[in-house]
Design a binder for this molecule. Structure first.
Ligand SMILES: C[S@@+](CC[C@H](N)C(=O)[O-])C[C@H]1O[C@@H](n2cnc3c(N)ncnc32)[C@H](O)[C@@H]1O
Length: 354
């Protein structure tokens, strides 16, 4: 039986696909622009012709011209046909060329590249139902994840997220004992350590390569006096009488989030606090069928679910778990209350009280 095709709907959908494919094909070009300093040069010295960009960044002019043309066709740059020059507008510069801006997205392009490489590992896992270990995943997933989340932490952690928790900022100022669990490359740990020199911070992660990078990072930022990093599982990290435990974008990646919650509970002081930063999400699938949910479900399928399924228990909450499921795991671990302290378009910040 042939199904009737609505031409207008078909045209709209093909138009959407053109946009989607254009975005997907832009991934290597944006990363080349980042790696070779093309955006930075345009930001600092633009507008430029292809020849000017080529000279300034030491690339071949023919490649510069093709790259610039693609970027203009994408709306990432503007083109002035009169002068033959390309401009990086200030709004686009915040996305491509300014690492401290809250909407710097180069890390997301790195994640996209990592996910494409992960296809060879994740497709067989769809059949077997098994996981793919965090440390086995492709390319520099660890760098990409850190780079993707850093702008949010840099702009919000000290000024907005920590002050939204009950009495935590005051304790950190005075001198508190903190564990940052699932710390990856330690961006969050170092940001807190710099802001609160009277407090001591230990970052834990089960991935030894990430802990090595985190140690280097702490040295580069001069925070080794109050910060160290150790390899440990979330369900086993050493520590007692802690004032604060933080989990940044990692609880849903864990195989046994309830076991992790139980361990945090016994590592905290009775009046300590657990801060859990998780991807923003509604509780129902239908609440997450939007552009942010779309990105997170993709990352979750290719990275978060395989990571959790590879671990004992393999609960695989997924990156769009939502407050209800997260709260229930946290409560099962022995916490009396959980509340959403702050929400951003990408993250929700939860506070759990023992
Ligand atoms: C998405 S990354 C987030 C890293 C870092 N917190 C950040 O925000 O940049 C998730 C991290 O959780 C860590 N992880 C996953 N399962 C873990 C477990 N069971 N115990 C300790 N770390 C774990 C991974 O190694 C990874 O560094």
């Amino acid at each position: 039986m042939t199904k009737a095709i609505d031409e207008a709907k078909l045209n709209r959908f093909v138009g959407q696909m053109l946009g989607d494919l254009g975005g997907a094909l832009s991934v290597p070009l944006v990363r080349i622009g980042d790696r070779l300093g093309l955006y930075k040069a345009l930001n600092a010295h633009g507008p430029m012709t292809p020849a000017e960009l080529a000279t300034r960044t030491n690339v071949a002019e023919r490649y510069a011209r093709e790259w610039l043309s693609h970027q203009a066709a994408s709306g990432y740059l503007t083109y002035d046909a009169r002068t033959g020059k390309f401009t990086l507008p200030p709004e686009q510069a915040t996305v491509f060329a300014e690492p401290d801006s809250p909407v710097y997205l180069q890390g997301a392009f790195d994640l996209a590249a990592t996910m494409m490489e992960n296809e060879a590992l994740v497709a067989p896992a769809f059949r077997s139902g098994r996981g793919v270990g965090w440390g086995e995943q492709s390319g520099c997933l660890f760098c990409a994840a850190g780079r993707f989340f850093r702008p949010g932490y840099h702009n919000s952690l000290v000024d907005s997220w920590l002050p939204a928790l009950d009495g935590v900022a005051a304790r950190l100022k005075a001198g508190a004992k903190v564990a940052d669990v699932g710390c990856g490359h330690g961006f969050s740990t170092v940001i807190m350590a710099k802001a609160f020199p009277n407090s001591t911070f230990v970052g834990y992660d089960f991935h030894p390569g990430s802990i090595e990078q985190a140690r280097l990072h702490a040295e580069q930022h001069g925070v080794t006096a109050n910060t160290r990093f150790e390899v440990a599982l979330a369900s086993e990290f050493p520590g007692e009488d802690l004032d604060l435990v933080t989990f940044f974008d990692c609880l849903h990646d864990m195989g046994d989030p309830v076991g992790a919650a139980r361990h945090v509970r016994q590592a905290l002081k009775p009046d300590g606090r657990w801060m859990i930063v998780e991807p923003a999400a509604g509780d129902r699938l239908e609440d997450n069928l939007n552009p942010v949910g779309r990105l997170y479900y993709a990352v979750s399928t290719m990275i978060c679910v395989p990571t959790s399924l590879d671990q004992p228990m393999g609960v695989a909450l997924g990156a769009q778990a939502g407050l209800k499921k997260l709260s229930s795991a946290i409560a099962e671990g022995g916490f009396r209350s959980v509340r959403k302290a702050v929400e951003t378009p990408f993250n929700m910040i939860l506070e759990a009280q023992p």
